[in-house]
Design a protein around this ligand. Structure first.
Ligand code: IMP
Ligand code: MG
Length: 177
């Protein structure tokens, strides 16, 4: 068990299981995007760890770029999303794989997909390590999902609770008392 700020978290998905699943996702994407030279667009900060591990599992030519949106504070999603920062690659005609650490309400992913779509990509698909189906109110379920999880607050492996916990190798869930 670990404590971050005022909350206690317990182990939920361990590193081995995460890396195993990412290996499978990388193999799938490498098959489906063979000859398409996909451009991963990873949404910072949370996706930094999954991006690194997923890229190592890609066996085809591919590129990665990082963007940032500000959208979230504390333990429940606010639904507030600002603009897209940092995209300096021309995505016209490119096959985009939007990479997220977690899709919760889907507000962030919807907004980013919308912002990317106006720049004329050949295709945009979404890939997320974690998906909370019960919280999701978005337009389209993510195309590639690592783990579907219940509506719990989770940290670790890039995910934070008020900026703490991103460095943890495993994913933890909020401990119920
Ligand atoms: P959205 O509700 O799908 O727009 O998710 C917005 C953002 O909230 C995600 O990119 C995460 O940064 C954050 N988030 C949602 N659920 C969790 C969680 O369980 N732990 C940590 N961050 C979360
Ligand atoms: Mg995030």
């Amino acid at each position: 068990m670990i404590t971050l700020h005022d909350k206690v978290f317990e182990p939920f998905i361990l590193e081995d299981e995460i890396l195993d699943r990412i290996g499978t996702m990388g193999a799938t994407l490498s098959t489906e995007y063979a000859d398409k030279k996909p451009l991963f667009i990873a949404v910072l900060n949370g996706s930094f760890m999954v991006s690194a591990d997923l890229m190592k599992c890609m066996s085809i030519p591919c590129e990665i770029s990082f963007v940032k949106v500000s959208s979230y504070h504390g333990t429940s999603s606010t639904g507030r999303v600002d603009e897209l920062i940092g995209l300096n690659t021309d995505i016209k005609g490119r096959h985009i794989i939007l990479l997220e650490d977690i899709v919760d309400t889907g507000v962030t992913v919807d907004k980013v997909v919308k912002l990317l779509s106006v720049a004329g990509p050949a295709s945009v698909k979404t890939c997320t390590l974690l998906f909370k189906p019960d919280a999701f109110k978005g337009k389209k379920t993510p195309d590639y999902i690592g783990f579907s999880v219940p509506e719990l607050f989770v940290v670790g492996y890039g995910l934070d609770y008020d900026e703490l916990g991103r460095n943890l190798r495993d994913i933890y869930k909020l401990k119920e008392d």
